[in-house]
Design a protein around this ligand. Structure first.
Ligand code: ZN
Length: 430
């Protein structure tokens, strides 16, 4: 009875709301790609108030009025994207450009993978209540094998990481097993998550799988521990699955770094017009010099060898996906010829080559990321944050639909096509 009364109160509240109060925003007649299953809901109206989706209904039946209405006829509404492997530039001008490169590509969340104490201030400055800049998820200053910690020091480091507001501890590599176990003990004590490279390296410091899979790691980068390790492969896949670890393959970083394209083709990539000409010149010169120095035949051999490894990476991505391991999307745009934002689309295309469906690929950049951080976005459902893109083609059919963003709803505001075009122009080099 009590439950029923509650239901009635909620229902009458909703009716009263729908009849009397204006919503903030409605997108009408739009095809919704909800990403909670592989479907498209046609002719829908999506109603938003206070940054939340409060109603999704058949456009012909909707009675709700709103302060602002956008006609979504012929368009698709899909959750916005998250880059799970970001490297934040240091200075404000570069950082702002970096944010905008991401936004014009539909990326509204960034997980920083190379932490710095300055990032907390950065987050305070850019992730304000009314900011449209992507939301930042921050890693601590990285732990590397060159760093020694006493028991007290590692405890202080973890405690400080948490108190300062970082989202997780980043491990690039670690001195030894003892330190790894100590780190993990304090991370458990303070409830701090770990992310980063697979810490065990057969050519360097070896950490037992038992320690790793018993640790507070929630995600690992670059398919570490799986590539080139056939003896441990099956047992690790099993443990990754059982532990529910998230994998961030960063395939684009390898494709570019492994010399798979000619310099001319890399210069012609989408988004390169946003890179300063001096930087493009520097990238070109360095790459050309390396290739010349290596020698034509030797370089071709190197490329062929790397192509083999890339095939192994694709096979592993497919396997992990088939096993139900959640993949997260991040091209690792920290290196030459990888343009932030634009590279997200290249990363998605490379998963297509690995044999993933478009639905599985879209999950890596939307719902999987939201689940990693336990966030209330990543799907289009009533009660979720309004955090989505408007595109003109169905991304489940064509991933390149996401390369032409017509609108972004994020952090309680709407950036329309004009705003996004204006933003693009503002970051073109003079
Ligand atoms: Zn990286």
């Amino acid at each position: 009875m009590k439950k029923f009364l509650c239901f009635l109160i909620v229902l009458s509240f909703q009716i009263a709301f729908c009849q009397n109060k204006e919503a903030d925003f409605i997108i009408t007649n739009v095809s919704v790609v909800p990403m909670n299953s592989e479907i498209v809901l046609k002719n829908q109206s999506v109603v938003i108030t206070d940054g939340k989706i409060i109603e999704i209904a058949d456009a012909r039946k909707l009675k709700t009025k709103a302060k602002q209405t956008i006609d979504g006829k012929g368009k698709f509404l899909v959750p916005s994207l998250a880059d799970a492997h970001a490297h934040l530039p240091e200075n404000d001008t570069e950082l702002e450009k970096y944010f905008k490169l991401n936004l014009i590509n539909g990326v509204t969340k960034l997980r920083s993978m190379r932490g710095d104490s300055k990032h907390i201030e950065m987050k305070k400055k850019y992730n304000t209540e009314n900011s449209y800049y992507p939301k930042l998820y921050l890693s601590s200053n990285p732990i590397t094998r060159n760093l020694s910690f006493t028991k007290e020091e590692i405890a202080a480091f973890v405690k400080e990481t948490k108190e300062n507001g970082f989202d997780f501890i980043k491990v690039l590599s670690i001195k030894n097993q003892e330190l790894f176990d100590e780190l993990n003990t304090v991370c458990k004590e303070y409830d701090v998550k770990i992310g980063g490279h697979f810490p065990s390296n057969p050519k360097g410091v070896v950490i037992s799988d038992e320690s790793f899979f018993g640790s507070n790691y929630t995600s690992f980068e670059h398919l570490g521990g799986l590539i080139g390790e056939p003896n441990s492969f099956e047992s690790r896949v099993k443990s990754i699955k059982e532990k529910g670890l998230y994998a961030c393959p960063t395939l684009q970083w390898y494709i570019i770094g492994y010399g798979q394209f000619s310099v001319e083709d890399m210069i012609k990539q989408k988004g390169m017009q946003f890179i300063n000409p001096e930087t493009v010149k520097e990238w070109t010169e360095k790459t050309t010099l390396y290739r010349e120095k290596t020698g034509k035949k030797e370089f071709e051999e190197e490329v062929a060898l790397y192509a083999k490894e890339l095939q192994e990476r694709r096979t592993v991505i497919k396997r992990l996906n088939d096993e139900g391991v959640p993949l997260i999307l991040g091209p690792d745009s920290s290196s030459k010829f990888i343009v932030p934002g634009f590279a997200m689309h290249e990363e998605m295309k490379s998963y297509q080559k690995a044999g993933l469906t478009n639905y599985a690929i879209l999950k890596t950049g939307t719902v999987n990321f939201a689940n990693l951080f336990n966030e209330n976005y990543g799907t289009i459902e009533v009660g979720k944050n309004a955090d989505f893109l408007i595109v003109s083609k169905n991304p489940l059919k064509r991933l390149d639909a996401l390369e032409k963003i017509e609108g972004i709803y994020f952090n309680n505001q709407y950036l329309n096509k004009n705003a996004l075009e204006e933003m693009s122009r503002s970051i073109l080099p003079n």
